[in-house]
Every structure is written in structure tokens, then in C-alpha cells.
Design a protein around this ligand. Structure first.
Ligand SMILES: Cc1cc2nc3c(=O)[nH]c(=O)nc-3n(C[C@H](O)[C@H](O)[C@H](O)COP(=O)(O)OP(=O)(O)OC[C@H]3O[C@@H](n4cnc5c(N)ncnc54)[C@H](O)[C@@H]3O)c2cc1C
Length: 494
């Protein structure tokens, strides 16, 4: 079908869904985005509460560096992103170890001088992967043969990059061991903490290639987004409409109608029925399966590693607590306990020069930790007392860990609310509130945009390359590529 006559419906106004919608609308398709909430952004939204504007989940803008996925997207859509680089991406704190993560590794090398060869290798690998990505990296690959082909492509541009094959099956821990770094608990803890927030797992399970890109983040730059991270989704929603599309809020899709391998329409909870030639679902496969029915094969969970959800505190605070920090973000690892479940927290506070983010003299703070969802749903089953007790235990634990590094933290709190995996499920429509992306344990066991329906594709952080704003934008491009290929095929073979 001519693109100008092609009706595309996108379920969900997360960043992945909106990026795909805006790019398709720009190409001329008739695009409608259906969003269950009354504002866009999903995990990367900014919401208003009691005079504050809190970032719901994501707080750091990344991928905005020259030639990065967000930079390229903005240029293509004519959006000038209101972003500015943070001189330090975030500060890492564990007991007395305080490490700034600026776009150079000087502080890390000073504290861990033996890690220099590891970082050199990481930089080479990341450079190769960025190079491949710029050349239109198609992923997932079907196996080692495809990967070898990609590596050859890399080798042509970057001599010495045959490494890719060696690393593709290695865990980060094996990689660390090859440099003798596995016996330094401080270094392993530092790497684990970075990996947990970027590839959703730690060195013993994380794939070395995924990790090489993830560990590059402070170098490629962390950006502050004016107005909060949700500004990005708001601008993308604007771009959909500027290109003739529509973004409809409070439109929760409850069913996708199909015949054999074709979907043809959707129903929303307010009783509307909408026809579609193609559907892009900005959902994890488990949630999509609930809409398409049990016959859908898209429900297959491809990663054997358990997934995370998040527990997040939204605090109104006195900003003087953070006045000595060189950045708006700090990662704190508790003196004791395994990472996650409140023992490692990521803290972000709104900049002082953005008065619309908080009542006068205060700031909006997001404190998040990884948590397994099961305990939350079990507590909810037991009743509201058990659920509230768990919520209050987590709240106290996060405040205790914050106080380990900022002893005045409790006195600085002016207001407090929290989101649990149960809240995340209700708010994002994601099964069990599984947010943050899949654990990146294998390059081969990743999901692409295709589903068992010919004209239904996934976008968002459940498909390769996964979580983060640049991640879901890259995935959205891959979904569009497939959609256009399928459409061309139907034009040729009516
Ligand atoms: C705590 C936390 C911190 C993070 N920190 C960062 C960070 O600092 N930087 C970064 O880049 N990334 C970060 N991430 C990851 C990033 O936020 C996500 O990877 C990304 O925003 C996911 O986008 P998505 O396209 O998958 O859509 P989602 O954010 O999952 O949005 C999906 C949208 O679809 C809507 N929807 C769902 N079901 C339906 C339905 N049936 N009908 C209609 N609408 C529906 C939802 O309401 C939602 O708006 C963080 C994530 C979390 C949870």
C-alpha cells in the first residue's frame, strides 16, 4: 500500500512508541497513537504532584551526543532538544569511596590503576560497536555466521576488531578475570553497580559486548533535560501531530482483533474500535499477549534470567543536602548486603534553576532501586496491611541507605510518595511492573520487533538493543524498517 494511505496504530506513548510514530508520520503514513494515561512518556515521563514535577523512572538523558541516536532523531524530526551536558554523569559512592564519572576516566584510573588495560579494551570494543551501529547494525542476528559477517564489516573499518567474536560469548566477570581484576572486590562492586543500572544484571551474568557499550555511557555524555525527562516524550508527541498524526490520551487498548496471521483492528476501554493496516505495540511481549489472546506466540519469554521491577521514592526535599555534588545524580551502594532490593539506590534531584520543578526553595527527588516483583504481588494478595508494611519497610530502607552518605537526609525530606512494582504495572501496563529492560546476558537470546502476526511489531525496551532513550529509539528504527519491508512485499504481492 502507498505509504500515504497506510493506517498505522501505535499502542502506547512511551519514547519507543512515539519515536516510531513520529518517524512514520514524517514519512507520510497516517499514524494514531493510543495512550492509556493522560500524559506521554511511560517510564520516561515527568508527572505533576503537589507542586512538584517528578521524573517517574528515567532521569538521565543519554544518546544526545553528536551523532548519537537522540541527536539523529532530533535532526530528522526538526526537534531541538532542550538538553545540556552534565559535567559529571553521576557520582558513585560506597563507604568512603566517592568516584565522579565524567567523560574521562581519570578518577577511576587513579583509584584503580590496574584497570587501565580493561578500559582500553572496553573503549576499542565500544568504538567498534558504535561504528557498526552507525552502519545500520541489524539485530538480532541469527547466529554466529551473521555475527562473523558483522565483525568482518567492523574489521574493514577498524583493524583489530576481530575481538568482537571472542567477546560475544564472554561474561563480564570472565573479562575482568582476564585482566586479574576479579580479585579486587571494590572494582567488581563498582562495575556491578554500573551494570545493574545499564544492562540490568551484574558481571557474572552480563554479556561482555553489551557491557562494553553500557560502560561507555559516562564517556558519550549524560545530559540534563530542561523541564524533566518527560519533555522528550512531549516533544515527540508534538512531532507526531506536526506531521499529521494524532496522539490520543486515556485510550487504553483492551483487545487486538486478528484473523490468522493478520491483525486488523483494536478496541479501547471506552468502547472505540479502530482499524489498522499495521500495529506497533510499545509493550513487553507478555502484555501484548494479553491483548492478542493466548494463541499469540509473542508471549514466549526469551530470557531465562529473572527480570527486575523498581521501587521508587518521590521526595520533596531541601536541596542544600546535595549542594556539594558536582552533578544532579548520585549512585549509593549500602555498606552491607547484595546490590538491589534497596541496598543500591540511584538518586536524582531537580536543578535549582528550574523553579517549575518544585515549590520555592525545594527540589524534586527520585530515589530508585531494583526489586523483584513477586514479593510485592504476594503481599498485595495477602491484603493491604501486608502490602503497606512492605512499602514502609522499603521506604525506611532507602532512607537509611541515603542517610549513610547524607546523614541529614531524613531532616531534609518535606514530602514523600512511592511507586512499587504494583504501581508500575497499573501505570505502564507492563506485566508485573517489569520496567527497566531485560537483563542483557546473551547477544543471541534477544528479541527483535517481529511477532507471530505479519503486521504487528513490538517497540520499546523489550526488543534489542533494550532499555534507555537511545536504546528504544534504535529499536523503533528497526521496527519501522521491518514494517516498511512487509508493506513493500504486500505491494509487490497483493
Ligand atoms: C527507575 C528507572 C530508571 C531509569 N533510568 C533511565 C535513565 O536514567 N536514562 C534512560 O535513558 N533510561 C532509563 N530508564 C529506562 C527507560 O526509562 C526505558 O527503557 C524507556 O523509557 C522505555 O520506553 P518504552 O518505549 O519501552 O515505553 P514505556 O516507557 O514502557 O511506555 C509504554 C507506554 O505504553 C502505554 N500503554 C501500555 N499499555 C497500554 C495499552 N493497553 N493501551 C494504551 N497504552 C498503553 C503506557 O501507559 C506507557 O505510556 C529507567 C527506567 C526505570 C524504570
Amino acid at each position: 500500500m502507498e505509504l500515504q494511505n497506510l493506517n498505522v496504530v501505535v499502542i502506547g506513548a512511551g519514547v519507543g512508541g512515539l519515536a516510531a510514530a513520529a518517524l512514520l508520520a514524517r514519512k507520510g503514513a497516517i499514524v494514531t497513537v493510543l495512550e492509556a494515561q493522560d500524559y506521554p512518556g511511560g517510564c520516561a515521563a515527568t508527572f505533576a504532584r503537589e507542586g512538584y514535577r517528578f521524573d517517574a523512572g528515567a532521569t538521565i538523558g543519554c544518546g544526545f551526543h553528536d551523532g548519537g541516536p537522540m541527536d539523529m532523531l532530533g535532526k530528522e524530526l526538526g526537534i531541538i532538544w532542550p538538553v545540556s551536558p552534565e559535567p559529571v554523569a553521576w557520582q558513585y559512592r560506597h563507604n568512603s569511596l566517592h568516584l565522579d564519572l565524567p567523560p574521562q576516566r581519570l578518577g577511576i584510573l587513579e583509584r584503580f590503576p590496574g584497570s587501565a588495560p580493561f578500559w582500553k579494551e572496553q573503549a576499542e570494543l565500544a568504538k567498534l560497536l558504535w561504528h557498526l551501529a552507525e552502519g545500520g547494525l541489524s539485530w538480532p542476528v541469527k547466529g554466529a555466521r551473521d555475527l562473523a559477517r558483522l565483525a568482518r564489516k567492523g574489521i574493514a573499518g577498524l583493524p583489530g576488531s576481530a575481538h568482537l567474536l571472542t567477546f560475544s560469548t564472554k561474561t563480564v566477570f570472565e573479562w575482568l578475570a582476564s585482566h586479574g581484576l576479579d580479585s579486587d572486590p571494590d572494582f567488581v562492586r563498582f562495575i556491578d553497580a554500573q551494570l545493574l543500572v545499564s544492562v540490568q544484571t551484574t558481571s557474572r551474568y552480563a554479556n561482555a559486548v553489551n557491557a562494553a557499550i553500557a560502560l561507555d555511557l559516562p564517556l558519550s555524555g549524560a545530559y540534563r533535560v530542561k523541564g524533566g525527562i518527560g519533555t522528550i516524550a512531549e516533544l515527540l508527541a508534538g512531532a507526531v501531530e506536526d506531521n499529521g498524526g494524532a496522539v490520543l490520551f486515556r485510550k487504553k487498548v483492551i483487545r487486538i482483533d486478528s484473523v490468522r496471521r493478520q491483525v486488523f483492528g483494536l478496541e479501547t476501554s471506552d468502547g472505540s474500535a479502530i482499524a489498522a493496516d499495521f500495529v506497533l505495540a510499545n509493550l513487553p511481549p507478555e502484555s501484548l499477549a494479553l491483548l492478542t489472546g493466548p494463541e499469540s506466540k509473542s508471549a514466549v519469554v526469551m530470557n531465562e534470567c529473572p527480570h527486575w521491577s523498581a521501587f521508587v521514592l518521590y521526595l520533596g526535599m531541601d536541596p542544600s543536602l546535595f549542594s556539594a555534588l558536582p552533578t544532579h545524580h548520585v549512585q549509593i551502594i549500602s555498606a552491607s548486603g547484595e546490590l538491589a532490593e534497596g541496598n543500591s539506590i540511584f538518586v536524582s534531584f531537580s536543578p535549582g534553576d528550574e523553579p517549575d520543578r518544585a515549590p520555592e526553595g525545594l527540589c524534586a527527588v527520585t530515589v530508585s532501586t531494583h526489586t523483584r516483583p513477586e514479593q510485592w504481588f504476594q503481599a498485595k494478595e495477602k491484603g493491604s496491611a501486608a502490602y503497606m508494611e512492605l512499602k514502609s519497610t522499603f521506604t525506611e530502607h532507602l532512607l537509611t541507605v541515603l542517610s549513610e552518605q547524607f546523614p541529614q537526609a531524613r531532616d531534609a525530606v518535606r514530602s514523600i510518595s512511592a511507586a512499587t512494582p504494583v504501581s508500575w504495572e497499573r501505570y505502564t501496563g507492563r506485566f508485573q511492573g517489569l520496567v527497566g529492560g531485560y537483563p542483557q546476558t546473551s547477544l543471541f537470546k534477544v528479541r527483535g520487533p517481529a511477532t507471530s502476526f505479519d503486521n504487528l511489531f513490538l517497540v520499546g525496551d523489550s526488543i534489542f538493543p533494550g532499555q534507555s532513550l537511545p536504546g528504544v529509539v534504535t529499536g523503533a528504527r528497526r521496527a519501522i524498517e521491518l514494517l516498511l519491508q512487509r508493506n513493500e512485499k504486500t505491494v509487490r504481492e497483493p
